[in-house]
Design a protein around this ligand. Structure first.
Ligand SMILES: [Zn+2]
Length: 467
């Protein structure tokens, strides 16, 4: 058992009743300020390979299929003619296969095809295909852990049932599909202990059908998806009001998959801001601080599932109980989404490549790649993290099980004020599985993370109370 010396805290916390911001001096010792994670030179070098030109070529290629409406033609003749969702799907598959060849077969390219029954936005049953590439983890035990990046390759215009008219979908969401492709291209040159999946789905505009099917398959087959990064509308539309230095990261608060009993506990303990998806969002912010020299965009964490009246593929993963977030440009231009290409009263409508900032998409791809690579390099999060609450006391004792997979060199206890958006303080506790801190659990939120010898950090795990 590690017991953090009270004396040490008293050195900095001379007056224990003096309150700085959210926490008292005792809870805010200067020696434990949280620092960004260590930079991994290998990851940094991979980020330098992310190419705005490649992303531009891929977005323009996706737009060249005219429409990628999920209900557009996908028969062999349509595929041969290069128009429609089928042609787009075949091209994405061939592109992943090209990357696989370039890395000596390190990527396994797969499709997930299913029939979606007729619904509001689906006039008759339709075959939908998700296309993905798997970079299997190099370590047998850790290969079971999966981190995933996704974007939807389908598009739409003003009429969700229009299967013929142009629906370029350059920003929504060729940009997101291009992020998955570019992450696959640059990261497939490296090996990681955990598995990375580069996914592109269809059916998003019709009702999140592709992501729903994929996430359910992952759940039914018992996949351990630690994180899903959804990129949807990451084109950085070139409107005057755009902030090209910022990308929004949306994360759910109350988990969609929580049971009534879990919701009751969350309500009772003030856990509304600590879903696994929110830990993932904070992790992305941590990654962006470490790789700020390589990634020229800052995440703006939005503690909300999605924008008003809008949805996205991350929620399909949330519904199956997986941590998932959504990346979206800072300011959307609604003239350039879900619109027939046209000009009216001097306004240009339509989702065309000329409105997309390809450098911006490359920066967002870099942030995704840095997050995927950091998570896939890190040890598994500690398991069964608990906070002992049996006795009334002002100390806090946390217990956990060792990070499965054996890569953890040490553990760190994090904490922050209940009012703080991000982790503020950290105490290294070594290779133990139990730690007592002279901090009151009533005043702070704790988490535990595993760290490997190179400083790769797992996602932090917030403890469950144990009586
Ligand atoms: Zn979209």
């Amino acid at each position: 058992m590690i017991s953090i010396s009270k004396k040490r805290f008293c050195l900095v916390g001379v007056s224990l009743v003096l309150v700085f911001g959210g926490l008292s001096a005792q809870e805010k010792p200067a020696s434990t300020m949280s620092e960004p994670m260590a930079v991994d030179g290998r990851i940094s070098a991979a980020l330098q390979q992310v190419s705005a030109d490649r992303i531009r070529a891929n977005i323009e290629k996706l737009v060249s299929f005219g429409t990628r409406s999920t209900i557009s033609a996908q028969d062999p003749a349509a595929i041969a003619s290069g128009r429609g969702v089928g042609a787009a799907r075949e091209w994405i598959k061939s592109e992943f296969e090209r990357y696989a060849q370039d890395c000596g077969g390190c990527l396994e390219v797969k499709t997930d095809t299913f029939t979606e029954p007729a619904a509001d936005r689906i006039p008759q049953p339709i075959e939908i295909t998700n296309v993905y590439a798997v970079l299997k983890g190099a370590d047998e035990e850790n290969a079971k852990r999966i981190v995933l990046v996704t974007g939807h390759y389908d598009s739409r215009n003003s009429d969700i049932l229009d299967v013929k008219g142009d629906a370029p979908g350059a920003n929504d969401d060729a940009s997101g599909a291009a992020v998955s492709l570019e992450c696959a291209r640059v990261l497939s040159k490296l090996k990681f202990p955990a598995t990375i999946i580069f996914l592109t789905v269809a059916g998003e505009e019709q009702g999140l059908n592709g992501s729903h099917h994929f996430a359910k398959m992952a759940k039914d087959q018992g996949w351990n998806v630690e994180a899903a990064l959804n990129n949807d509308i990451v084109g950085g539309d070139k409107s005057a009001e755009q902030d090209h230095a910022v990308v929004r990261v949306f994360s759910e608060g109350l988990p969609a998959a929580a049971t009534e009993q879990e919701i009751k506990r969350i309500r009772g303990l003030g856990g509304e801001n600590d879903s696994e998806s929110r830990q993932l969002a904070r992790y992305i912010a941590d990654v962006s601080r470490s790789y700020k020299k390589d990634v020229d965009v800052k995440p703006m964490l939005v503690f909300r599932l999605d924008r008003y009246l809008r949805g996205g593929d991350h929620s399909s993963f949330n519904q199956q109980g997986f941590a998932a977030v959504r990346f979206t440009e800072f300011r959307e231009n609604f003239h350039h989404q879900h619109q027939n290409v046209r000009a009216e009263n001097g306004i240009e409508y339509g989702d065309l490549p000329k409105f997309v900032d390809f450098d911006y998409v490359a920066h967002v791809a870099g942030l995704n790649a840095a997050t995927l690579a950091s998570l896939a390099s890190a040890p598994a999060p500690p398991a069964n993290v608990h906070l002992l609450t049996k006795d009334l006391e002002n100390d806090s004792t946390l217990t956990w099980e060792a990070s499965p997979g054996g890569h953890a060199a040490e553990y760190e206890v994090l904490w922050r004020a209940t009012t703080s958006p991000e982790w503020e303080y950290v105490q290294k506790v070594g290779t133990v599985t139990r730690a007592t801190l002279q901090l009151s659990k009533d005043n702070v939120i704790f988490a535990v993370r595993a760290v490997d010898p190179q400083g790769h950090r797992s996602l932090p795990v917030v403890p469950l109370p144990e009586r």
